[in-house]
Structure formats: C-alpha cells, structure tokens
Design a protein around this ligand. Structure first.
Ligand SMILES: CC(C)(COP(=O)(O)OP(=O)(O)OC[C@H]1O[C@@H](n2cnc3c(N)ncnc32)[C@H](O)[C@@H]1OP(=O)(O)O)[C@@H](O)C(=O)NCCC(=O)NCCS
Length: 144
C-alpha cells in the first residue's frame, strides 16, 4: 500500500503541510497558524506516495479520547483527485486507528466532500455548522 506514516518535523512533513496549504487553505484565502502547526507533533500523519510523482495526498489523525480518533485535513493533489487516493488514505487511517485500539473514527467534513465520506460508510451526526468559514457536518463511523 503506497500510504506511509510521515514523521513530524521532517522534510516529508513540511511537504505535507505545503500540500494541505495548497489544497485546503489557499483556496479560502487562509493560511496555517504556526502555533497550531507546532501542536501537530502529537498527531499521526499519513501520506500517499506515487512512485513517479511523490506525495499525492495526506491526512492527519488526532486522538480525541481512548475510543475515538479524529481524521483531519484530508487533501489530495488537484491533478490526482478522482483516482482513488483519498479512499486509500481514509481506509489506511481506519486500519491504523483500529490497530491502535480505537473503535470510532470521526471527522468534520466539508459539505462538498460529504458524498465522498458517505461512500466510505460515514454517517452525519447532528446539525451542520461553519468551520474555516465554510459549511461542515460532523461525520462518524464505527471501526471493526
Ligand atoms: C475530497 C477528496 C479528499 C477525495 O479524494 P479523491 O482521491 O479525489 O477521491 P477518490 O478518488 O478516492 O474517490 C472515492 C469515491 O468517492 C467519490 N468522490 C470523491 N470526491 C467526491 C465528491 N466531492 N463528491 C462526490 N463523490 C466524490 C469518487 O467518485 C469515488 O467514487 P467510486 O468509489 O464510486 O468511484 C479530494 O478530492 C480533495 O482533496 N478535495 C479537495 C479538498 C477537500 O475537499 N478535502 C476534504 C475536506 S473535508
């Protein structure tokens, strides 16, 4: 599986921040707060690597409590979207979380990405809300 763990503070990590910035922040005219990034040492970072093109997608996993893992900032490079990379990243993150003993994955999905998560078995919980100035919904899935 071309999904591997990225260590915080490495050049690979910096590359994943750049990808997240390009895909998730720049289109909203926003940028990352360095103080927020500094706290990412506590997270699990996964990257999808293509043999020819390198890092094509990434996501973050943050522990919420002993049962629940939160997926954050799923980003696939624009030219690589629609090729199954996001799906592989999400499946790999579920496997990782289950391996670590978590039985629930949750996520704040952008409204535009809700169908993507529904296809992967995620269900909307509660009412829509605004995050980074755009509509989101909380979604979750029980892990086996
Ligand atoms: C949303 C995103 C992570 C999906 O990753 P991806 O690699 O493009 O998606 P995949 O190719 O793995 O798609 C898996 C399935 O979901 C579907 N899908 C993907 N994005 C979708 C969308 N926005 N709406 C509806 N269906 C979608 C695909 O058609 C595919 O369906 P299939 O299995 O029936 O063929 C990616 O497109 C992305 O980074 N988008 C911009 C940033 C973003 O919105 N991130 C999510 C923040 S919540």
């Amino acid at each position: 599986m071309p999904v591997i763990e990225i260590e915080f503070g490495t050049p690979e990590y910096d590359e994943s921040v750049a990808l997240r910035d390009t895909i998730l922040r720049k289109p909203l005219n926003m940028s990352f707060d360095p103080d927020v990034l500094a706290k990412e040492w506590a997270d699990i970072h996964l990257g999808y690597y293509d043999n020819n093109f390198g890092l094509m997608g990434c996501l973050i996993l943050s522990s919420v409590d002993e049962n629940t893992m939160k997926m954050r900032q799923v980003a696939v490079a624009t030219r690589a979207q629609g090729l199954g990379i996001g799906k592989q990243l999400v499946l790999a993150s579920e496997e990782k979380a289950a391996e670590l003993g978590y039985n629930k994955m949750m996520w704040h999905a952008r409204e535009t990405a809700i169908p993507f998560y529904e296809k992967l078995g995620y269900k909307i919980v509660g009412k829509p809300f605004t995050e980074v100035n755009i509509p989101h919904a909380k979604m979750q899935k029980t892990l086996k």
